[in-house]
Design a protein around this ligand. Structure first.
Ligand code: URA
Ligand code: SF4
Length: 220
């Protein structure tokens, strides 16, 4: 019989005392806040300057990110770079991270490839303390949520991306503090652009570029 646990473990049990990025990065290496660390190669923490004015939040690392330890370096990252370029935003001063910090996958039928699997609600909620700690550390003026997983991590499971895409939003009340009140824009995920039908790719990319451009416009 399974033993009942009083309180589920989450990333909150592994957070350091400070909100310095270097401390967060170091502590996240030992996170066991959900089961995803078991099969992944390593934690993939956010990357970018502590002073970044804009933060981009994706879903979770993919195969290449899991191997390299850096966010958005695979195919989705290349598309993101292209979209940022078209929107006139340099990636370098932007802080880039994910809602979930370990790669979730299933082996392909022959077991040679690792196929991305969407993280569960429990995993997203377990990992959320890292994301909130990054927001506290960086204090961005603008947050861009790429895709439904990031949007639901911030706004809750009932949030509908298609209803709010491109709107300028604020964080929900429970996440607002006196000092942290970024504008928030929700847009499509670059991987969804790549996975979608070829004939719609240009359109999907264009809508992402529009949203990134309006996010950058909020900084002026
Ligand atoms: N997709 C994401 O959401 N994040 C990454 O880092 C890579 C792919
Ligand atoms: Fe911790 Fe997040 Fe990794 Fe789960 S996915 S073990 S909560 S860092």
């Amino acid at each position: 019989m399974a033993t009942a646990r009083t309180a589920a473990t989450t990333a909150a049990d592994f957070l350091p005392a400070t909100r310095r990025l270097t401390d967060l990065v170091a502590a996240a290496r030992d996170c066991r806040g959900c089961g995803l660390y078991e099969n992944a190669t390593q934690v993939v923490f956010g990357q970018g300057a502590e002073q970044a004015r804009m933060m981009l939040i994706g879903e979770q690392p993919g195969d290449q990110e899991d191997r390299s330890g850096e966010p958005f370096v695979g195919p989705a990252g290349r598309l993101l770079d292209k979209a940022l370029g078209q929107a006139g935003v340099a990636r370098e001063p932007v802080y880039v991270t994910n809602a979930v910090k370990h790669f979730k996958f299933v082996p392909s039928e022959r077991g040679q490839r690792r196929i991305h699997k969407t993280p569960s609600r429990v995993e997203v909620v377990s990992c959320r303390p890292w994301l909130l700690a990054e927001v506290e550390a960086v204090r961005p003026e603008v947050l861009v949520l790429l895709g439904a997983t990031a949007a639901k991590s911030v706004f809750g499971a009932g949030f509908r991306l298609t209803h709010h895409r491109g709107e300028v939003l604020r964080l929900p009340d429970d996440l607002l503090t006196g000092e942290i009140d970024p504008r928030v824009i929700v847009t499509v995920h670059p991987a969804s652009v790549l996975r979608g039908p070829v004939r719609h790719r240009d359109e999907a990319l264009a809508s992402m570029v529009t949203d990134l451009r309006s996010a950058a416009g909020l900084l002026d």
